[in-house]
Design a protein around this ligand. Structure first.
Ligand SMILES: [Zn+2]
Length: 197
């Protein structure tokens, strides 16, 4: 008789495999590891349950356990916003302890090669954000490649009376900002240059 793994095994493997950046082999290895390591498995289950309480901030998209994140609730922040792709970059910049502006997380980028689906970019939310916090400078901190640039143009198109800058050109092209250490990232903010429309 041909051996087939238990149904539970296949289900768990397929769910893990459906996650981004996890291929079938990694999924298989993870499932086997979690079966063999009770403590890791239970810790993971507990951690995943905690995620149910988290959601993106209604203003800026940062992950929070309330409607508004702590940065949005902080009235002492400067009226400057750093636009980033993911919350990772925010964590890095906050680690530097030297930036006192606000953030806006877009999560998705427009991709000319895959067709421009504008609805993936929260432009209305961004405009509301600019008004709500009386923002006077937008710092583009999106990846320094075609996708990042197209997304940035789409976000700031039509905005008036707001200064628009981007991170210093020292940031390697196409490199995910989250891979930079907090010092380098802060230096890139500090040495920002005008964003030409
Ligand atoms: Zn927020």
């Amino acid at each position: 008789m041909k051996f087939k793994p238990p149904r539970e095994y296949i289900k768990a493997r397929d769910v893990i495999n459906s996650l981004p950046e996890i291929g079938p082999i990694t999924a298989e290895r993870l499932v086997q590891y979690l079966i063999m390591n009770d403590d890791k498995r239970e810790t993971l289950i507990a951690a995943l349950k905690l995620l149910r309480d988290l959601k993106p901030c209604i203003n800026c998209g940062l992950i929070t356990d309330e409607d508004e994140c702590d940065v949005c609730k902080d009235e002492l922040r400067d009226p400057v916003v750093l636009v980033v792709k993911t919350p990772f970059e925010v964590h890095r910049v906050e680690d530097s302890g030297r930036y006192n502006g606000r953030y806006f997380v877009v999560y998705n980028l427009l991709s000319p090669a895959e067709g421009l689906s504008m609805d993936r970019i929260p432009k209305e939310k961004f405009l509301r954000f600019i008004r709500k916090f009386s923002i006077n400078e937008i710092i583009i901190g999106l990846p320094n490649d075609v996708k990042g640039e197209v997304t940035a143009y789409f976000l700031v198109e039509g905005l008036k009376d707001v200064k628009i800058t981007k991170l210093a050109s020292g940031v390697p092209r196409g490199e995910e900002l989250s891979s930079l250490d907090s010092y380098t990232l802060y230096e890139a903010i500090e040495n920002r240059v005008p964003f030409d429309l």
